[in-house]
Design a protein around this ligand. Sequence first.
Ligand SMILES: *[C@@H]1O[C@H](CO)[C@@H](O)[C@H](O)[C@H]1NC(C)=O
Ligand SMILES: *[C@@H]1O[C@H](CO)[C@@H](O)[C@H](O)[C@H]1NC(C)=O
Ligand SMILES: *[C@@H]1O[C@H](CO)[C@@H](O)[C@H](O)[C@H]1NC(C)=O
Ligand SMILES: *[C@@H]1O[C@H](CO)[C@@H](O)[C@H](O)[C@H]1NC(C)=O
Ligand SMILES: *[C@@H]1O[C@H](CO)[C@@H](O)[C@H](O)[C@H]1NC(C)=O
Length: 292
Amino acid sequence: MMHSLFPQRYMLYLFTFVIFAFNAEAAPFFSSPNSNLNSIASPWIPSSQSSSRNAKTNSNPPFPHRKRQFATFGPHLSLGQTESEYIKLTTTFIPGRPPATATGSLFIWPGFFDQKNRSEGDLVQTVAEFHNSSTMKDTCGAGPGQWCIRPFVVSKSYISQTPERGRAIDGGDAIRLEYVKAPGEGGSWNQSIWNGSKGGERLFSYVKGSARCKWFEIATESQGGNKGSADTQFYYNTTLVLKDPDPKLGERFITTGDIKATKPVTTDGGRNWFIEKVEVPPMLPGTAWKPG
Ligand SMILES: *[C@@H]1O[C@H](CO)[C@@H](O)[C@H](O)[C@H]1NC(C)=O
Ligand SMILES: *[C@@H]1O[C@H](CO)[C@@H](O)[C@H](O)[C@H]1NC(C)=O
Ligand SMILES: *[C@@H]1O[C@H](CO)[C@@H](O)[C@H](O)[C@H]1NC(C)=O
Ligand SMILES: *[C@@H]1O[C@H](CO)[C@@H](O)[C@H](O)[C@H]1NC(C)=O
Ligand SMILES: *[C@@H]1O[C@H](CO)[C@@H](O)[C@H](O)[C@H]1NC(C)=O
């Protein structure tokens, strides 16, 4: 009867909780002050603020190192932990409009990491960020109704590396993302971002991080009192490539909240996976920015 009491989804929560509990310093398990937010499966976090309090060595000064902040998470999607490892992701991401008013910071992203190696590994994530208007201007020159987007690699759960400035995108922009790991042991991750709506201009190719990644996640993350997303996010034609086939990957697929997603499918026995459409509904409907 265990399996009916503990369906897969709850097992995952349990598993995640255990990981957090044992790894409390690197990845604290926060209980959310807001019942709309599930503080589960929280990977490493890009911080909204650069911080000189981060005392660990910074051997690579051009990339700001940021300290992680208290964060809460909205609905998420994941495929659990694979025994193989991811070597590639492609997707087309439409972030939707940011909130009309900025309380704290909102981050939405698809990411790769290793749930069992959070304290030593890398989180590879391209992030759409939303902050108050002065921070938006400083981060990427964004105007009202825009996001900043840029690639991040968060190493060892707290060393957050990212280009100093992001690029401004509109909520309706179709952003094409590609994360590729160079072949071989220790091959580097290369995250590329194109503004698909506008002639496909490439905004970034960012080579950073080399850890093996075994977990894929789509997340909505709030910091600094932010209460969640205001508009629907879409991810189209998501492809995930593993180094070795994992025919059971699709069985560990979970979504939380009201996320609607087509099932992951494979046509080659589990090396290449495809998710046609993911729709992440707003956490706070009716609060999105509107053109004046
Ligand atoms: C915007 O946010 C930054 C970083 O959180 C903060 O330091 C700054 O005071 C805020 N500015 C305004 C005008 O609220
Ligand atoms: C992306 O395209 C949109 C138009 O759809 C434009 O407003 C935005 O500035 C573009 N961003 C970049 C960084 O090119
Ligand atoms: C990163 O990926 C982009 C897009 O596929 C490619 O053009 C670029 O050469 C790659 N960079 C490296 C260092 O491999
Ligand atoms: C964790 O990641 C680090 C950095 O990539 C790597 O050196 C180490 O072997 C990994 N450990 C495990 C258990 O996978
Ligand atoms: C997804 O792929 C299909 C088939 O190739 C294509 O028709 C569609 O335009 C793609 N969607 C996006 C948003 O790129």
